[in-house]
Design a protein around this ligand. Structure first.
Ligand SMILES: NC(=O)C1=CN([C@@H]2O[C@H](COP(=O)(O)OP(=O)(O)OC[C@H]3O[C@@H](n4cnc5c(N)ncnc54)[C@H](O)[C@@H]3O)[C@@H](O)[C@H]2O)C=CC1
Ligand SMILES: O=C(CO)COP(=O)(O)O
Length: 317
């Protein structure tokens, strides 16, 4: 059995994929009514049109939902709270599926798991994948990062399913930072397109944003190759170019001066602030991230942000 904790769009999509791969899956929702509705209606309103396979069981009973492989599919800023309120997760294999950097501590998901439950075996599953695509069975490739290779090999075998190909790495820092920081750049790209700055500006932001991602990741001990893979470059490409991305759509709204539904999960906003704080302390040059934070905080107009980025001293690429 596989456990997925968090019955949002991504947790549900993963549950569907693992069930297609032949596993029984328990999907835990914290809200009892939501769990009951999903269990009886065989559908999650966040993934309309996707029928839950019979081997997916949705429950709000936390203890009953646990197994030897547990995926944590909650937003990044909720991860610590989930772990803290369930000490029974200690000593288990916990695979984070969230993409972000924690506000305050500036830690990624693997580091947060280690911090709260040092006896757990942490991992992260990340990479370019929209929940709706996975749930519809469209071909998708992800990266599974575990500190120890033997754990990664075992989990990789366990989680493979039709149309969901899983690569592995032991570079957890690179994998989690790629997935987190690409959301910040996706917001920047959405802002640029929403403000009518054009596709060329977006390409520049993606490329120079990638340079920022590499700088921070390497400063924190990641391998450059990891950022060039699915969890970094792959996810950056997807998220900065698709209207399916919530981070990109959030940026579009900002660029157009429109409101955005605050209940939608947009990981890049908090992550921009956390990464910016870390960059300042470590003296890492991250001008696009800094501009996103300044725009979010209302201190910088979009045109001024672009002018500021263009007016930086000329340098070698
Ligand atoms: N939706 C997507 O296409 C993808 C999402 N992700 C990542 O997955 C993570 C979750 O995103 P989504 O599922 O899309 O968001 P979502 O907004 O659809 O669902 C989040 C779920 O987490 C639950 N939740 C929030 N706080 C909780 C807590 N303290 N305890 C238990 N449950 C809690 C909510 O009730 C909700 O069901 C994010 O970090 C996101 O970046 C990763 C890849 C793709
Ligand atoms: O991480 C994702 C795609 O890989 C999902 O992106 P959004 O959270 O921006 O929708």
């Amino acid at each position: 059995m596989i456990s997925v904790l968090g019955a949002g769009a991504f947790g549900t999509a993963l549950a569907v994929a693992f069930a297609r791969g032949g596993d029984r899956v328990t999907l835990w929702a914290r809200d009892a009514q939501a769990a009951q509705d999903m269990q009886s209606q065989r559908e999650n309103p966040r993934l309309p049109g996707v029928t839950l396979p019979k081997t997916v069981s949705v429950t709000a009973d936390f203890t009953a939902s646990l197994s030897d492989v547990i995926l944590l599919a909650v937003p990044m800023q909720k991860l610590r709270g989930l772990l803290q309120s369930h000490p029974e997760l200690s000593g288990r294999t916990l695979i984070a599926c969230c993409k972000g950097v924690e506000l305050g501590t500036q830690l990624g998901p693997v580091a947060v798991i280690r911090d709260v439950l040092p006896k757990a075996t942490p991992a992260i599953l990340t990479g370019p994948s929209f929940a709706a695509d996975i749930a519809r069975g469209l071909p998708t490739a992800l990266t599974l990062a575990t500190p120890e290779e033997h754990t990664g090999k075992a989990l990789q075998q366990r989680l493979l399913s039709p149309n969901l190909r899983i690569y592995r790495t032991t570079d957890t820092v690179g994998a989690e930072l790629g997935g987190a920081l690409k959301n910040v750049i996706a917001i920047a790209c959405g802002i640029a397109i929403g403000a009518g700055l054009g596709d060329s500006a977006r390409a520049a932001l993606m490329t120079r944003g990638y340079a920022e991602m590499q700088r921070m990741a390497q400063a924190l001990g990641a391998q450059p190759d990891t950022l060039a893979g699915l969890s970094g470059f792959g996810d950056l490409t997807l998220t900065c170019s698709s209207d399916q991305s919530r981070n990109y759509r959030f940026g579009l709204s900002l660029g157009r001066g429109e409101d955005f539904d605050p209940s939608v999960t947009v990981e890049g906003a908090a992550t921009a602030r956390a990464a910016h704080a870390r960059a300042k302390v470590m003296n890492i040059d991250m001008p696009i991230t800094a501009a996103v934070v300044a725009i979010l905080d209302g201190g910088l107009q979009i045109r001024d942000a672009m002018e500021m980025l263009l007016a930086r001293p000329p340098k070698e690429e």
